[in-house]
Design a protein around this ligand. Structure first.
Ligand SMILES: *Cc1c(COP(=O)(O)O)cnc(C)c1O
Length: 227
């Protein structure tokens, strides 16, 4: 199937659900992103600020760019003018820098808190206590140019469905806890970003509102080729 057909296939599967597709275009050239765009896709995920910054002006302005990778504070400025949602916020310091850069561009940048849910040392993210501390801090209350819209997590890379189910359900429970404690009346706090090419069906069953799908749309990534 072509990239556009893959997009339409996913859109069809997701229609009638509360879940949207983020097409993960990292490492892929803008020509392939345009094929997905022509298939109707508007939300794209990248994991490197500079790569996102290079691709953004080459594609239509109504593309929604999602940052899904670990973001260093000194790179926030590259994406602050246009980024739609920063899904990978894992510290107050990063949130403060996003706030500062958003202010320069007179905008409010939507963010998700990334949680550590996998059993792998290499994955970034907060635990529930750290997230609660962050949200209840005075420093967070002072921020005017960021808006927390939910949570994000990357599950363990495994075929064990029960294991994945547990991780997804844990992330959903973090979302519910934070929603009830801090954002009960804020309709914008509603996102649970979880699920990738190999596990999105399980993630949807556990309450995902955003699946981040790369290889099932664009094919395998070749990290040795520059975008
Ligand atoms: C690369 C990536 C994805 C997509 O992975 P696929 O297995 O290609 O679907 C999703 N989420 C994050 C955070 C990623 O870095």
């Amino acid at each position: 199937m072509s990239i556009a057909e893959n997009i339409q296939d996913f859109q069809q599967r997701l229609s009638g659900t509360n879940c949207q597709l983020i097409a993960v275009s990292k490492t892929h050239p803008v020509e392939l992103i345009r094929e997905a765009y022509d298939g109707g896709q508007r939300a794209f995920g990248e994991n490197k600020a500079q790569e996102m910054m290079q691709k953004q002006p080459q594609l239509p302005a109504d593309v929604e760019w999602h940052m899904i990778g670990h973001l260093q504070t000194n790179k926030v400025k590259y994406i602050a003018p246009f980024v739609h949602l920063i899904q990978s916020v894992d510290s107050l310091r990063l949130l403060q820098e996003i706030d500062k850069q958003a202010q320069k561009h007179n905008r409010v940048i939507d963010c998700l808190l990334q949680f550590y849910i996998a059993e792998e040392d290499t994955k970034f993210g907060l635990d529930l206590e750290e997230a609660k501390q962050l949200i209840s801090s005075e420093a967070f209350a002072a921020l005017q140019h960021v808006r927390l819209c939910g949570v994000m997590g990357v599950a363990t890379n495994t075929d064990d469905e029960q294991h994945l189910q547990r991780e997804f359900s844990r992330l959903k429970s973090y979302f519910t806890t934070i929603k009830e404690q801090f954002f009960p009346n804020d309709s914008f706090f509603k996102e649970v970003s979880m699920g990738m090419s190999s596990d999105y069906q399980l993630a949807i069953a556990e309450g995902s509102t955003m699946i981040r799908v790369g290889s099932a749309i664009f094919g395998n990534r070749n990290y040795s080729v520059a975008p």
